[in-house]
Write a protein that binds this ligand. Sequence first.
Ligand SMILES: [Zn+2]
Length: 132
Amino acid sequence: MRKRITKELAQQRMNDMLEHDKFEILDWDSTYKPATIKCKLCGDEINFKQGQTMYLKKTLRGGFNGECNKCNRYKFAYENIKTYESYIENYEKLIDENSIKKEMYLEKIKENESKIKHEKEIIKEYEELTDK
Ligand SMILES: [Zn+2]
């Protein structure tokens, strides 16, 4: 007879597979039933159609890589800001070189400034959530 996977066992398997305990199981029934885990860092929830997915290594056929979308989005926010800042710098140079198109470049700068603002909001929201 196969051993029934309890919530505690599933948690242990997931921690062992990921080599950390960043996620906590909220809902668990059995291996083939839906399950939900929570990121302990940001509180975001991740749903699995089959509970066992949470402790299976990520492959093309499924599995879990231990990544949280919200935490990842936060990391990308800093990269995105750097990128937008470099665009703004480039447009400022272009204005110096070609003042006829100034209006267009200023418009582009404004676009990038509002993108930076959005990224900063993501960072702020995340940091409030995680008490960073
Ligand atoms: Zn997270």
